[in-house]
Design a protein around this ligand. Sequence first.
Ligand SMILES: *[C@@H]1O[C@H](CO)[C@@H](O)[C@H](O)[C@H]1NC(C)=O
Ligand SMILES: *[C@@H]1O[C@H](CO)[C@@H](O)[C@H](O)[C@H]1NC(C)=O
Ligand SMILES: *[C@@H]1O[C@H](CO)[C@@H](O)[C@H](O)[C@H]1NC(C)=O
Ligand SMILES: [Zn+2]
Length: 436
Amino acid sequence: MAALTLPVLFICLATLFSLSLQSQEQEDTPITRFQQYLKINTAHPNPNYTTPISFLLSQANSIGLQSQILEFAPSKPVLLLTWPGSNPSLPSILFNSHLDSVPAEPSKWVNPPFSATRTSDGKIFARGAQDDKCIGMQYLEAIRNLKAKNVNLLRTVHISYVPDEEIGGFEGCALFVKSKEFKDLNLGFVLDEGQASTGDEFRVFYADRTPWGLIIKSTGAPGHGSKMYDNGAMENLMKSVEVIGRFRESQFDIVKAGEAANSEVISANPVYLKAGIPSSDGFVMNMQPSEAEAGFDLRLPPTADPDLIRKRIAEEWAPARRNMTFQIIEKGPIRDLMGHPLMTLTNASNPWWTVFNQAIEAAGGKLAKPEILASTTDARYIRQLGIPALGFSPMTNTPILLHDHNEFLKDTVYLRGIEVYEYVISSLASFDGESH
Ligand SMILES: *[C@@H]1O[C@H](CO)[C@@H](O)[C@H](O)[C@H]1NC(C)=O
Ligand SMILES: *[C@@H]1O[C@H](CO)[C@@H](O)[C@H](O)[C@H]1NC(C)=O
Ligand SMILES: *[C@@H]1O[C@H](CO)[C@@H](O)[C@H](O)[C@H]1NC(C)=O
Ligand SMILES: [Zn+2]
């Protein structure tokens, strides 16, 4: 250093400075911005929502979107972005995604789950790459491109980023949809997350299944392990487990026969059994317990009648006459506020469907037959208000890796998705027909 003269030092610094500027410029692309978002760890059980929101805010500012940070539960912020349309009195369009992700076990991953490593074949590995940080960034990139083309929209477009979807959304979207701020959005139509498609067609979801936690409990006279008698707690519980098992099989048979998709039947899967009298080395073996319990994960498609299922549970699965009781933990709505099944029409009766479908075709894509999602998303809270909402994540020819190890999305698929959203956003927000 001492040997350098001042002008040489100046040139060196200037070169360094311009090189670093250049590399920074080169690095600010749709892909690197996606990678930046993926590197922010928002996995449960302790997602930090501050960091992703400040990142998204900086992105929103760079493309001139209005922003609001709302909070309906402590440390559970919702980021709301707005691109005003030329006629803000028309019902607006919302694009929703969640900030959080499920956890990842780094030891089971080839590339670290928050490294957003891009391999030579273009795969970007990260927890959240498919579920659902892709759409969160694609919405912004599509708007960035539309603005660069000086596109002006008729209807106002909003983007929301909500917390806690992966743990049910009870302190996230469920509270957001009840707020004055949400009502004031005057929404006509909503797009939320969908799932990857292994083929050439985009998948689209018009309903979710509603999860119920079912706990059944039995009681009965206790007795010596050697004694044969009727109506023990274990016997009562086992009978119910058999009855529920037969119901499960009958539903699964329909799927196996190809008459319905997995998501179109009622699933009832056993998830725990709790019984026995604990001892120092396990369980007491020579005593029949007086109480036993089992838990089931039930999923109801929107076409299922919840009252009929409650009746079936009360009469066949956990009948009081067999000393059984039950508890249903309803995890979300099953009917909308008008009492209708929670589903969005995918035919000509829903003008938004027609516009959306045409936008996909204009983008050179094709939609697969609309599906019910086997699991749940925040869209159910929006459908509960009677607002049409579809689940859609533009990923074709992609293995379905949400919640799996080595979740990835290919760069070309990601970029194509941005293009698709340009068509979708501009078509929906230019729709000038009657929407209700
Ligand atoms: C989240 O992370 C940021 C940045 O590292 C930190 O300043 C903040 O305190 C964290 N918030 C919570 C709630 O942990
Ligand atoms: C119900 O429990 C009572 C009290 O333990 C017992 O007397 C009766 O036999 C039980 N009935 C059945 C059907 O399990
Ligand atoms: C759309 O589907 C709903 C529900 O199945 C039906 O009631 C309605 O008549 C259909 N509309 C058209 C135009 O097909
Ligand atoms: Zn998701």
